[in-house]
Design a protein around this ligand. Sequence first.
Ligand code: GAP
Length: 460
Amino acid sequence: MAENKKLSMEKIVNLCKSRGFVYPGSEIYGGFANTWDFGPVGVELKNNVKRSWWKRFVQESPSTYGVDAAILMNPRVWEASGHVQSFGDPKMDCKNCKQRFRADTLIEAHSKGSVAAEAMTDAEMENYIAEHDVKCPHCGVRNWTPIRKFNPMFITSRGTLEEGSDKVYLRPETCQGEYVNFLNVQRTARAKVPFAIAQVGKSFRNEITPGNFLFRTVEFEQMELQMFCKESEAMQIYADYKAKAQKYVEDLGLKAENLRFHDHDKLAHYAKAACDIQYNFPMGWQELNGIHHRGTWDLSRHQEFSGKSMLYVDPFTNEKFIPNVIEYSIGADRLTLALLCAAYEEQALEGGDVRTVMHFHPAIAPYKVAILPLQKNLGEKAKEVYAKLSKKFMCDYDETGSIGKRYRRQDEIGTPFCVTVDFDTLEDGAVTVRDRDSMQQIRLKIDEVIPYVEKFLEFN
Ligand code: GAP
């Protein structure tokens, strides 16, 4: 797979808009800052990413159980999780242009990722910003307010009358839906530790400094998994998930040299270990996912706030304990962005021509096959082929423009195979299959196309 050293985010955004991956949210109303709508090609890509995660971490993991919990949860959940009382991003306002930023993000951007601001206290961050003359990225002036904490949860209300109704929060992370179902899943699945609960779904954060396209948005999807285990096995499981998380993103197409682990220096008081995998995005090294050893904090807090015992009884030893938790969490949109960056190549061709090609792994490519009649009057036969192949795969059909232009369009959306129906097809029932990456063409009988393409869709 190709990865371009000088790839700019602008190129990715432009391709996404022009080819139907991602559009600005509510565009006809002038947009709505940091919201994005996935178009016909993008929705396929992101769905395939989510499917690949579910396949790897739920389907192929016998001790992992999926849930799909409600987004709106009892507000006590967010008291137990600590979000209501203490969660807060360190925000600073520019007194000159009134824009709001996160102090840690400003430092990380200024130091090009070489300073781990998350390990700093508020005072240390303020000192760093003063000493290094960190200016407002918007207006270029240094005139900051002191750091203030900001709760990133979106608040809504329940009931038909807003007045007097209860506050309800849009969940800022999906994992709480896993903790609150610990007892349900353990009982109904007759699960024995170590076992995990996984969930994929939307989260919402009123981020102070969203931006960089899909990287940090106010509404996004998370793919999260909590592994419940004995304390004695937790460190090994933590190490296993670091390796599994790395292998997963490499298998999807992110190159090892663009990935690195970042172990956290400063841990939450309950945490035993924590790290991110960072990816070398066009704007620099940034967090792609997190892996955390959270001890017994989460289940203990839910026990305290709900009054329900979270004790697990070991069926072999009768020992009773609150399980430790290893959490693995990755954003579906952020991973999709990394995969878009990794797949992008502008390839120089003989004769001075340049083609843009997205080298997606076929398992996540939006369309697996495009069916292209060489001429419009071959449309009937081509539609027959489309009807056959689309029962098996997501296919595109295109009969407009020269065959060369149609190949280029499919390269730009990363379709691994183009199937061309020509006049010989009517005689011999064979089609030309063109490979996106090598541009090599082979001739196959129509019935051979499905098994041929299927071989490339394996994702191990
Ligand atoms: N339950 C733990 C948790 O939510 P996190 O580090 O805040 O941890 C986990 O988020 C992952 O979710 C991140 O590594 C990132 O991939 C994704 N993520 C977090 N905030 C995001 C945002 N505002 N926009 C897009 N993705 C986000």
